[in-house]
Ligand binder design. Structure first.
Ligand code: GLC
Length: 713
């Protein structure tokens, strides 16, 4: 067909006009083919010649912890030539891959990035990921994951931005901006994917894929707002989740995929089901066979079928029998074509050869790894005093690939510097002694000679991630004993924990002089963490999740409900009297949501409420002064509570935050804007809206900080 016969190739037409022009030409078979996503290791020329919708650059159900074939522009372009030049209509496929926290340059896992409390930093990292991944022929990433998680046993807690609705929404939207930019058709942009829609992080017991028990109001007030924020950010695709809510798998849930996503939120991109999720309706027991599963999912609004082949197998008959309508089929195709036009795939189906300068990417990754490190206890060992010798011990002291964390498909292990090598590179003249775990005499010797110890404990990359939940989220076996052994040697210990989840730390951790926490810091994590310990970069991280005191406390999260017998254990000052929900231990966390230390101290002035209305939300300002001896950064956090409502509301909810940077002695006026929708909740009629009436407000440096301000909307 010439371009004259292909009006959809006319870039002067609108996306809608081009979509309709192409859709009119497509046969039923070509329409069905557009809804299919096939594995790159199984795709055939015949499928490509028949208008295949998508190729997934993954070859296993749990790509996050399985080695994956490298993807390359050459490989994708070769397949694309078949699709574009050997098919009737020349429709390009969209390639997809899990670029979750970086591509070749690996950033901290998303939970680690969340510790930055810096949307701009997250956006920069995702921008770098898109530049690198698009150069390898990746058109679409299955990221950001915005599943709220309140249970550190869940392996995929590492993949999202923590337990707070507002922080998740802000950072998820930043990720979308980073991947797609204002112009998703730019050569170095790629489509984002809001996943897993919805409620996947509520898996009972933190056991992956497990049932969730989510009430309608909790679904709408906790698990859904981050996804709505991503629609507003222009996210081009959604992925339905594996889990069932109220017995209905999200892949076949018309309330989620149609009523909410389309009709209420106005999302006009497309939905892809998760790996095999259509077929999983059989296991859920809500479809008797593949045909019923395919019909339920497509009719619910699941447009593209990831890899299980049930749409290909059953749609022809389902359409012939009228169980799936032609209109439903074509609406699904319309959504997919719309995204492809917006991505510029028809203008630029091929990537070609691109050279990417990764040096600035690595520098950024190093800076992010350092800034996302959370200092839980400073003591006298941070930053490491000049000239002092250091014994660098522990199972993660020489780790390289494990610094990546889970969901790293395209990192380059060979370029990762371990912590030990990073210290030696940074300060070749400093005396650093190392002994492997298990070399007891070597460790004794190293500690005897050193002024201080840096003990690096924590998790391998594969102890978290998909299908990698744990029943005991404490330090892996033997590490507590190692900590005790090192403490007995009598030198000051800096404990550095590197993990994919908030771990329950042993009592011995409190006997360390200093404590740092890093959620798998990525390919430049060794250098970044060395920069922190050596004082080159201030640890700026603030916890995006609660660190429980014990496994028995789980789930423990900051935005809990008051109940009829409030104990306020989470937010009550340490040691203050009050009720106990458990008789054998306190109910307060070891470290609270939003907590983290820096090298300076800050004084917050009296907050002044400038505005409080249903229309405009709450605007509040306060003076912030750095009263320490060093320049530094902190995060001013605003929390609200609706004290009286139709349904009981959380005791506190993060509602606004702002990172500030101040020189020693410098002060500034900080203004925080709490958007009205953050004060909305699901009323008895099932609708979310904001009430006029009282609101409590706290401004502070973590979830339990600040004095209560009472105001009224
Ligand atoms: C996996 C994950 C999903 C991922 C997809 C493709 O099972 O649940 O997050 O994007 O399959 O790898």
């Amino acid at each position: 067909m010439s371009n004259a016969e292909r009006p959809w190739m006319n870039p002067d037409l609108s996306v809608e006009e081009r979509t309709e022009a192409l859709l009119r030409e497509m046969t039923r078979e070509e329409c069905i083919s557009q809804l299919l996503q096939v594995r790159v290791d199984q795709v055939t020329s015949e499928q490509l010649q028949g208008a295949l919708g998508s190729v997934i650059l993954a070859a296993s159900a749990t790509a996050g912890n399985d080695a994956q074939e490298e993807s390359s522009a050459e490989q994708v372009d070769a397949l694309q030539r078949v699709a574009v030049e050997e098919s009737r209509l020349g429709i390009p496929f969209i390639s997809g891959r899990d670029v979750i926290h970086g591509h070749h340059t690996v950033f901290p896992v998303p939970l680690g990035q969340a510790a930055s409390w810096d949307p701009d930093l997250v956006e920069q990292g995702c921008r770098v990921a898109a530049v690198e991944a698009s150069a390898d022929g990746i058109h679409w990433t299955f990221s950001p994951m915005v599943d709220i998680c309140r249970d550190p046993r869940w392996g995929r807690i590492m993949e999202g931005y923590g337990e707070s609705v507002h922080l998740m929404a802000e950072l998820g939207a930043a990720a979308v901006r980073g991947y797609q930019t204002e112009d998703p058709s730019a050569p170095d942009a790629m489509a984002a994917c809001a996943k897993h829609f919805a409620g996947y992080g509520a898996a009972e017991g933190g056991r992956d894929y497990n049932s969730t028990e989510i009430t309608r109001s909790t679904l709408q007030d906790v698990y859904l707002p981050p996804f709505e924020a991503l629609v507003k950010a222009g996210c081009l695709t959604f992925m339905s989740s594996f889990n069932e809510i109220d017995g209905i798998s999200s892949a076949a849930n018309p309330f989620l995929l149609d009523e909410l996503l389309r009709k209420r939120w106005g999302f006009d991109g497309f939905v892809v089901t998760d790996w095999d999720a259509v077929r999983e309706l059989l296991a859920h027991g809500i479809a008797a066979d593949g045909a019923e599963a395919a019909a339920k999912c497509l009719n619910a609004g699941a447009d593209m079928n990831m890899v299980d082949g049930l749409y290909a197998e059953h749609l022809p008959a389902l359409l012939a029998e009228g169980i799936v309508s032609e209109a439903s089929l074509r609406e699904a195709v319309r959504r997919i074509l719309r995204v492809k036009f917006r991505l510029g795939l028809f203008e630029r189906p091929y990537t070609g050869k691109r050279v990417v300068d990764r040096a600035p990417h690595k520098q950024l990754a190093r800076n992010v790894a350092a800034r996302c490190c959370v200092m839980l206890k400073r003591g006298r060992s941070l930053p490491l005093p000049e000239e002092e010798s250091l014994a660098l011990l522990g199972p993660l002291a020489t780790a390289t690939q494990d610094l990546f964390g889970s969901w790293t498909l395209d990192g380059i292990p060979g370029e990762v510097l371990s912590l030990l090598d990073a210290f030696r590179e940074a300060e070749p003249e400093r005396k650093i002694l190392h002994a492997d775990w298990g070399d007891s005499s070597g460790m004794d010797h190293a500690v005897a000679w050193a002024n201080r110890v840096l003990l690096v404990l924590g998790e391998s990359a594969s102890r978290s991630g998909e299908a990698h939940s744990v029943g005991d989220p404490t330090l892996p076996p033997g590490q507590t004993e190692l900590l005790e052994q090192v403490l007995r040697l009598g030198k000051p210990v800096i404990l550095l924990v590197i993990a994919g989840r908030p771990l329950v730390l042993p009592e011995a951790a409190q006997r360390c002089d200093s404590i740092l926490y890093s959620f798998h810091p990525g390919s430049e994590g060794g250098r970044g963490l060395a920069d922190v310990v050596l004082g080159r970069v201030e640890p700026e991280g603030r916890l995006p999740v609660t660190l429980p005191r014990s496994v028995g406390q789980i789930p423990l999260y900051y935005d809990h409900k008051p109940t009829g017998r409030p104990t306020d254990e989470y937010h009550r000052p340490e040691g203050s009297p009050g009720g106990m929900r458990l008789i054998d231990q306190p109910g307060s966390p070891l470290y609270r949501f939003g907590y983290g230390l820096g090298y300076s101290r800050y004084e917050l002035g009296e907050p002044r409420v400038l505005e409080a209305s249903i229309e405009n939300g709450i605007r509040v300002e306060l003076q912030v002064k750095n009263v320490g001896e060093h320049a530094g950064s902190t995060v001013i956090q605003a929390y609200t509570r609706i004290p009286v409502a139709e349904r009981s509301q959380p005791v506190r909810q993060l509602s606004a935050f702002q990172r500030v940077r101040l020189a020693a002695g410098e002060e500034m006026r900080c203004t925080l804007q709490i958007q009205p929708e953050i004060l909305a909740y699901t009323h008895l009629d099932g609708e979310r809206r904001v009430d006029a009436g009282p609101v409590h407000l706290w401004i502070g440096l973590h979830a339990s900080d600040g004095k209560r301000i009472e105001l009224s909307l």
